[in-house]
Design a protein around this ligand. Structure first.
Ligand SMILES: *Cc1c(COP(=O)(O)O)cnc(C)c1O
Length: 435
């Protein structure tokens, strides 16, 4: 058994105490507080490639990679150089640049359903804006989402949401007016019949169905055969729009979205994370007739001081150029498959009951014997086991999201050696939690 490096956390602990006196809960996004896993949260000093160092100098192989935004890994030399060059030319103008046009053209080409694009600064803004547009375009008020689906923290999306709310056990958020919350309907993921029942019950009242085409905020759950095409058919038949929330899946599984992979054309798409290459960018887009209802062409208002920010556009363009290189996704798939296989092997060698869910470079290990095809099944995972597993991996220098209900992200910067070592650490960690 490999020796486990001795970790010190005194500076991280001091920093977190200081943080808690000024930032709410010491963080700017809840899951970062490590509430679900305990222990001192990682306070980052720097990162390079697949490695991340905390302020105590402990090194980790990072499988969070900014929650999937960094598909190339940290501080890619050419992207950093491009950003430095752009910064010297100005960081924000509040006027249109050619960079925005170029990134939008790249998106339109990769995702032909996005006939018109609007950039915003976060995935939350993208989904909120898409919902507003869907309501305006259909003249209807209800939105259907899926239990355990996460679409940012917009008021319409905080019922039975995945990601941080699932981690903290929050069913819905106070502060969302009842009148609005009532307009969000939840169905179990992969359950077409449930969606059909909602359409029958709320005939001609449903504006849109929003879905993560591969669920990745309740842990990773692939869409069942026929689920996405069924949603396409149902929404068409009932005059509702289909919104693919591809904030995670966009450019994660192939050059394009899950819609490219599954051959389904949504009416509206939201993107984020990868398209900003680690800077704050997201986008929504879709059918021209719909998007042209947005101001200034149409009356649906949406705006942003920093929207289309030149630094962020530059990071997005430079990232997408590298993703378009031949073989990029094959190499990512090879390494991701290797990690999935090693994890399954570790489960069988240690006799731990678990399910490895993997779609491309998105992976989750659920501690349950049940097949996981929706949020209810994901919640049967033994989260106490997850906590022990997380801590054992962290001690060995491997960082994954501090929550059962998130994906692990493989990046291009992970080497085969990183993956082999992660596989070995996984086996040791599983052995440690059952011993
Ligand atoms: C991360 C995420 C969002 C929210 O994006 P933010 O930039 O964090 O606001 C929305 N939808 C999905 C599917 C996400 O994974």
């Amino acid at each position: 058994m490999a020796t486990i490096p001795e970790q010190q956390h005194t500076r991280s602990q001091r920093a977190f105490e200081r943080a808690r006196r000024v930032l709410v809960g010491g963080v700017n996004s809840p899951v970062r507080a490590f509430g679900a896993v305990g222990g001192s949260p990682v306070i980052v000093d720097r990162a390079q490639g697949a490695q991340l160092w905390d302020v105590d100098g402990n090194a980790y192989i990072d499988f969070v990679c900014s929650w999937g935004a960094l598909i190339l890994g940290h501080a890619h030399a050419e992207i950093s150089a491009a950003l430095a060059e752009q910064a010297a030319r100005g960081t924000s103008y509040g006027m249109t640049t050619e960079l925005e046009i170029e990134l939008a053209e790249m998106l339109q080409k990769a995702l032909p359903s996005m006939e018109r694009v609007r950039f915003v600064s976060s995935g939350t803004e993208a989904t909120m804006s898409a919902a507003r547009l869907a309501r305006a375009a259909t003249g209807r008020d209800f939105i259907v989402k899926f239990e355990g689906g996460y679409h940012g923290h917009g008021d319409s999306f905080l019922t039975k949401a995945g990601s941080g709310l699932a981690t903290l056990g929050i069913a819905a958020s106070p502060g969302v007016p009842q009148a609005l919350a009532q307009l969000t309907l939840d169905a179990p993921y992969n359950d077409l019949a449930a969606v059909e029942r909602l359409f029958e019950k709320h005939a001609k009242q449903i504006a849109a169905v929003i879905v993560e085409p591969v669920a990745a905020n309740m842990g990773v759950i692939p869409p069942a055969q026929g689920f996405l095409s069924g949603l396409r058919e149902l929404t068409r038949r009932h005059g509702a729009l289909l919104i693919f929330d591809e904030v995670i899946t966009g450019f994660r599984l192939c050059f394009g979205g899950a819609q490219t992979l599954f051959g389904i054309e949504p009416d509206l798409t939201t993107l984020g994370k990868i398209i900003g290459g680690g800077l704050p960018v997201a986008a929504y887009g879709g059918r021209r007739d719909l998007m042209e209802q947005v101001a200034p062409v149409g009356p649906v208002y949406q705006a942003g001081t920093l929207s289309g920010n030149p630094l962020a556009m530059r990071a997005g363009i430079e990232t997408l150029k590298r993703l378009a290189a031949p073989g990029f996704y094959d190499s990512l798939e090879r390494k991701s498959k290797m990690l999935g296989d090693l994890t399954r092997q570790a489960l069988s060698e240690t006799g731990v009951a678990g399910q490895v869910a993997r779609v491309g470079s998105l992976l989750t290990l659920f501690f349950t014997a049940n097949p996981v095809d929706n949020y209810a099944a994901a919640k049967t995972s033994d989260t106490r086991r997850f906590v022990s597993f997380f801590q054992e991996l962290l001690r060995r220098g491997f960082l994954m999201a501090p929550s059962q209900f998130e994906a692990l992200f493989v990046a291009a910067a992970h080497t085969e050696d990183d993956i082999r070592r992660a596989g070995a650490a996984c086996r040791e960690s599983l052995a440690a939690i059952v011993s």
